[in-house]
Ligand binder design. Sequence first.
Ligand SMILES: Cc1ncc(C[n+]2csc(CCOP(=O)(O)OP(=O)(O)O)c2C)c(N)n1
Ligand SMILES: [Mg+2]
Length: 801
Amino acid sequence: MTPPPSLTRDLAILTELERKVLWLASWTIHHANHVRENSDGVKVGGHQASSASLATIMTALYFHTLRPADRVAVKPHAAPNFHAIQYLLGRQSRDKLENFRGYKGAQSYPSRTKDTDDVDFSTGSVGLGVAQTLFSSLAQDYVRAHGWALDRPEGRMIALLGDAELDEGNIFEAMLEGWKQGLRNCWWIVDYNRQSLDAVVREGLWQRYENLFRNFGWDVVVLKYGSLQQAAFGEPGGDVLRQWIDRCPNQLYSALVFQGGAAWRKRLLDEIGDQGPVTQLIERRSDDELARLMNNLGGHDLASIIAAFNGIDHDRPVCFIAYTIKGYGLPFAGHKDNHAGLMTPAQMEAFRGAMNIRPDHEWERFEGLTLPEADIQGFLDRVPFARAGERRLQAARIPVPENLAITIQPQMSTQTGFGSLLNEIAREQTPLAARIVTTSPDVTVSTNLGPWVNRRGLFARESLADTFKSERIPSTFNWDFSPKGQHIELGIAEMNLFGALSALGLSHAINGERLLPIGTLYDPFIARGLDALNYACYQDARFILVATPSGITLAPEGGAHQSIAEPLIGMAQDGLAAFEPAFVDELAVILSFALDYIQRAGGDETSERNWLRDETGGSIYLRLSTRPIDQIKRAMTAELRHAIVDGAYWLRQPGPNCQVVVAYSGAVAPEAIQAIGLMAEDRRDVGLLAITSSDRLNAGWTAACRARERGLVHARSHIERLFAGLPRHCGIVSVIDAHPATLAWLGAVGGHRVRPLGVEHFGQTGTVADLYRHYGIDANAIIAAAQAIAPGRPIRYLGAA
Ligand SMILES: Cc1ncc(C[n+]2csc(CCOP(=O)(O)OP(=O)(O)O)c2C)c(N)n1
Ligand SMILES: [Mg+2]
């Protein structure tokens, strides 16, 4: 295969650039560990071997194959290559490189939010970035199927992944979903260096992967031999060499790569030397040439890689299995301990010499290159990937009405309320209704998305009618799929839910078209996809997560479905504002806020009104319940609306001599109200605090404390204002259907005694009343707790409930 002349010219430049990427990435890591002042006195680390393994592929990809619309998830430990490439393209500063892994420097792993050099997808937790490309491709198809972004070219969503990353199950969950959804435009390039962090990987895995990918409709391209090897196979004796390579175990190949030319010669001659053609093939080469030949695997051969990329003439998903050498070109190439290995200063000096880099010229873009600077700069100026400038897109905000329509029944659960709110939105032909996309892992109906789906339909690239409907069999749900549908039905994999939300929730930046994604699941199963949720938040994807049912309130569903820790997750998860309303009018206010909040992008500001970072926006988590409770008939005032959004309001205002406050959140509202009513006869002054968001209440308080410590003496948070009039002796009983720690911090705000009630143990089924009594979150338990911490005579109703 002879490349065309233009490619031959480009190949010469690409070869130079590959060396440059390898050098800059290795030097960046070395500099951070051995040159830069490091006050901690410990090595900051970096992964020279892991990065080097992808230097060739990334050179081919970024400088030749990629187009601006393409999006890439780069294997975490190849971040130094990425930063080096962007530096060569003039999109990364030397400062950031010199400060690699340092404060505000280039990030250890590519980060959409913390890096400034145009990272498409963050990576770090292995497997998640890979799946992200798949869901981004589905999101792109969704956007285009709805008639948006058609003036832009379609992008390929590309993951560069380590071979050991394929041990992560979420990749296969995603692959299965991708098959169901008709995945296109997705490439996964496996860095098949046959090494993981600890070890050398099992033999023959690639055949298994190949079968697996093919079974799911992927094209599989194996890049095993480089062009030097392919040429050698054509020489007399070449077939014997090829068979030897094919038989060679991974461990041995790695060990020989590490040992170099003389070791190759000895081993090859011992095993296949026959004084015949293959011996001559070996003996014709010097040790260096022999090592170069044996190291010339497909993933280190620019011409083969480019030919493979250019050879794809369809939009089906493709898996490239590229044989590579971990630590390619570096002294510890192939050594099984090389994962976190750093070159010693002496090794770096030798490498510097080999790369023609003069001391003090390490960062210079053209240092050590043999081709004229003008040719290289000219080439860089023409790199298609870099020509379109800003690749992070913008999309206008979709207006959200302050008052969402809903008819509130006298008794209602928040889950029913959620279904009704979406149903009302679905009725109207508004931009808001058009941009909402819902998704759920097989709990669409049981989380009450049914009415929305009935109106808006299911999404599929190809239409598929509901057979029950066409057969005229009565059914509550209309299950028609079409390209215009607005619900993406997922299989039961919560990881995939968060992957999908993350991709849909970045559509404004990736497709330039805003989507308002809402995902539903049962609250306990947040834990199943937690790392993917964290990942989505880390990427600053924007979505609304609706978790229902929750807590022990799902009573007869039993222990396996109870959620205890999730509100704590809601408080602790950065980028996610959590709410747990009790009443449907609160939910309506929160949903309206949420739909707007997920669209905000106002930088790192803090609003002094509530000390929350509301201008910045983020994602939202709504913890809802299936328990119908009596609704309060009231007018929604601006003040109440603010308070609900900020996290709490007095349902019964305490007086100046308040002895006890009951602070509740969520579905236990009736118990709190009942307890207050019963206590009021023996405690003249009691308060009832309705908490709609322990997360935001807590965040505002923490931010206000910090502001005061910085000298802003008048900074007050919402909870501090609410508690301002409470006498010091007043006790607080907090209650939530979740871990009691969720609200236990309330006592620290004003120095009040708190008895936090909640759920710490799993496992009972029963009625709501049975379980609330069992776990001690019923009215009786609230009164007993009040009695224990608040002064005053015994409360008569104690024990009566
Ligand atoms: C979820 C998760 N678990 C563990 C790690 C730690 N870790 C980082 S890289 C790695 C394995 C690297 O092997 P491979 O994917 O083959 O990459 P290579 O460096 O060989 O290219 C591990 C276990 C991680 N980053 N994420
Ligand atoms: Mg590996």
